[in-house]
Design a binder for this molecule. Structure first.
Ligand SMILES: Cc1ncc(COP(=O)(O)OP(=O)(O)O)c(N)n1
Ligand SMILES: Cc1ncsc1CCOP(=O)(O)O
Ligand SMILES: [Mg+2]
Length: 198
């Protein structure tokens, strides 16, 4: 499967609106702790924006809403897998990306035949508290050798400068949050990302 190499992750449809005119073609909406009506509105707006611009929207976590709203892609972590209805997700025709952090999680993910596998945190991240320390580039190489043709996404502390190393190590896609959202000029940063991942 040919997925774009640059995969920004945002916490609002407003960020998706900023990314679309720049030519971003794959984006994740990752909203934690919002009421269902807000989530529904945000996903609907982000989906419309992505469709207008020929981009793919990935919804994080909220699989029931993703099914209801006809979203094409879903990202789930290992804890999400404990409660998600995978057959229902597949029946809805949704493609699935899964988080992994260690070998056991990787085997569990592979058993679900995901459409991409994410490994993180490759570098330390300030976005969320995690029980894993940085995985490093060698781990990406190991993951790629294990998963073969399934696209591999590097996430966690990724930056424009670090992206080439991740690709050289075996990543097919690089996901980033704060490198963009905390940048003084997020649009300029996204343009840099699009150049380095072209
Ligand atoms: C591309 C990508 N990789 C990993 C994650 C993390 O998912 P998860 O482990 O479920 O944690 P939360 O993002 O839900 O806090 C992701 N969202 N995207
Ligand atoms: C959600 C998530 N999962 C693994 S690392 C991470 C955070 C990525 O954020 P940043 O790109 O700012 O380090
Ligand atoms: Mg999750």
């Amino acid at each position: 499967m040919n997925l774009p190499h640059f995969y920004p992750v945002f916490d609002s449809a407003a960020w998706v609106a900023r990314a679309m005119p720049l030519g971003v073609k794959l984006v994740q909406l990752r909203i934690k702790d919002a009421p269902e009506d807000v989530l529904r509105d945000e996903i609907t707006i982000a989906l419309d924006l992505c469709r207008q611009h020929g981009a793919q929207l990935v919804v994080n976590d909220h699989w029931q809403l993703a099914i209801e709203l006809g979203v094409d892609w879903l990202h789930l972590g290992q804890e999400d897998l404990d409660t998600a209805d995978i057959p229902a997700i597949r029946r809805a025709g949704m493609k699935l990306g899964l988080s992994t952090h260690d070998h056991a999680e990787l085997e569990r993910a592979l058993a679900l035949a995901p459409d991409y596998i994410a490994l993180g945190p490759v570098y330390p991240t300030i976005l969320k508290k995690m029980k894993w320390t940085e995985q490093g580039l060698d781990r990406l190489t190991e993951w790629k050798a294990r998963i073969g043709d399934i696209p591999l996404c590097a996430i966690g502390g990724m930056s424009v400068a670090r992206a080439p190393g991740a690709f050289a190590a075996g990543a097919d896609m690089v996901a980033a949050v704060t490198d963009i959202t905390l940048n003084a000029d997020p649009e300029a940063r996204m343009r840099e990302w699009l150049e380095v991942t072209a």
